[in-house]
Ligand binder design. Structure first.
Ligand SMILES: [Zn+2]
Length: 80
């Protein structure tokens, strides 16, 4: 998926929340500073976290998951 502000590819990452363990978010690869929680894929991501221990390469896996979820959500983050 791409940044709604600058159009660059965005990266999915996971941060530690205070109560619920990890939560996913997207951040832009450029300096425009766009970053937001990935709520629509929260449950999907958490389900995967229960199956896999986070490790290097997880970001790529997550990106693939996010892209699929993004398509299923109707692409409402895209500005077309
Ligand atoms: Zn951007």
């Amino acid at each position: 998926m791409h940044c709604p502000k600058c159009g660059r590819v965005m990266t999915g990452s996971a941060s530690r929340g205070r109560h619920k363990g990890y939560y996913p978010y997207y951040h832009c690869n450029s300096t425009c500073g766009v970053r937001f929680k990935a709520d629509p894929v929260n449950m999907l991501f958490e389900r995967h976290l229960k199956q896999f221990v986070p490790k290097p390469g997880m970001a790529e896996l997550f990106t693939a998951i996010v892209c699929d979820a993004h398509k299923e959500s109707g692409g409402r983050w895209r500005k077309e």
